[in-house]
Write a protein that binds this ligand. Structure first.
Ligand code: PLP
Length: 374
């Protein structure tokens, strides 16, 4: 059976070159980077080269990159440190953040009794920046945490504009950039972000590795204590093979960015066109500026078809993701769509289809024909 993977916002297939780099590293860099002998020094050298390669892509210094197990860890650490080390008394975020931010913020609210404010979300899924400005009128030491690209809808936040607002109000700005790193250029010498979080498996790298960017001069508490790794901020022997794989994945993404973005944008355009031909009453959840690899659509299907939609696609070999309630047996609506759609629309099936350069136009045609036959 044909297998089609349209769930690249969840995770991406690893590039062959990245797998090769990981294998090579496991063979040649098995030393512990903290050891002083030649094996350790070789591993340490590879580690620092990877850090430099990654930092270069963001126009920052390598000391500003701290390796973590992924973005969940990086987000948790940044939010936590802002409270315990930077004197932040309030976090402003939105209800459409990934749970890696939302649940971390709720935990901080319970444990540290800080103030949490949520910026309004517009019906098209964008953040109401005028409301952010209004919230910032209250003069409190604040961290603003807003994601760059929403993982469910692909709606994009204007990072530069948001950073300018934060700068004007002298507050910290953190962005969960998991869906955009490796898929777009983020020049941190131009954008006044204080923190960002990224994860390699979202840009065709390995799982279990990511990083936090922490702007120079910001004192953080140790995420995990133990050895002196990562300047004592994140103890534990570094997974060199994963870090080298991540650096390789980011480097290739950068080199091929223009051509892959053009191709994936065409795939998305084709998918929208085919879906509208098949379902003229379909609606797109989001706006015209949504990120080029994520498409979230609301399908005009009856309730009886809704409940088993993902299951029926899966048995035909097609992997997409749930966008709203009552699919695959989940009783909970998407917390993102719940902020954007009416109660009636939430009952309709919404699907997130997310592409990569590994997909083809034929796969889209097959997917639409299967959807029509359900
Ligand atoms: N933030 C966003 C926007 C995501 O899409 C994800 C992954 O689904 C995460 C955070 C968590 O990343 P990780 O699984 O690497 O910790």
């Amino acid at each position: 059976m044909k297998k089609i993977y349209f769930d690249n916002a969840a995770t991406t297939p690893i590039r062959k070159e990245v797998i090769d780099a990981i294998i090579e590293s496991m063979e040649t860099d098995f030393g512990n980077p903290s050891s002083s002998h030649s094996f350790g020094r070789t591993a340490k050298n590879s580690l620092e080269i990877s850090r430099k390669q990654i930092a270069k892509q963001f126009n920052i210094s390598s000391q500003e990159i701290i390796f973590t197990s992924g973005a969940t860890e990086a987000n948790n650490w940044i939010l936590n440190s802002a409270i315990t080390n930077l004197g932040v008394k309030r976090i402003i975020t939105s209800k459409i953040e990934h749970h890696a931010v939302l649940h971390a913020v709720q935990k901080l609210e319970n444990e540290h009794h800080i103030q949490i404010d949520y910026v309004n979300v517009n019906p098209d899924g964008s953040i109401d920046l005028a409301h952010l400005v209004k919230l910032l009128q209250q003069n409190l030491p604040t961290l603003v945490s807003l994601m760059h690209v929403n993982n469910e809808t692909g709606v994009v936040l204007d990072l530069e504009k948001t950073a300018r607002i934060c700068e004007q109000h002298k507050v910290f700005f953190h962005s969960d950039t998991v869906q955009s790193v490796g898929k777009t250029t983020i020049d941190l010498s131009k954008i006044q972000l204080h923190f960002l979080a990224a994860s390699a498996h979202k840009f065709h790298g390995p799982k279990g590795i990511g990083f936090a960017f922490v702007r120079k001069g910001l004192a953080m508490n140790a995420l995990i204590v133990g050895g002196e790794q990562e300047k004592g901020l994140r103890a534990g022997t570094e997974p060199i093979h994963n870090i080298m794989g991540m650096a390789k994945a980011l480097e290739i993404s950068k080199t091929l960015h223009e051509s892959e973005m053009a191709f994936v944008s065409e795939l998305k355009k084709h998918c929208i066109q085919k879906l509208f031909e098949a379902f003229p009453k379909m609606k797109i959840n989001g706006n015209e500026n949504c990120f080029y690899n994520i498409l979230n659509v609301m399908l005009p299907l009856s309730i009886d078809k809704t409940s088993l939609l993902l299951f029926n696609l899966d048995i035909k070999g097609i992997a997409v993701s749930r966008g709203s309630a009552c699919q695959s047996g989940s009783p909970k609506p998407s917390h993102v769509l719940a902020q954007m759609l009416s109660g009636d629309d939430l009952l309709l099936p919404s699907l997130r289809i997310s592409f990569s350069h590994f997909n083809t136009f034929d796969e889209i045609d097959y997917f639409v024909s299967v959807l029509q036959s359900i």
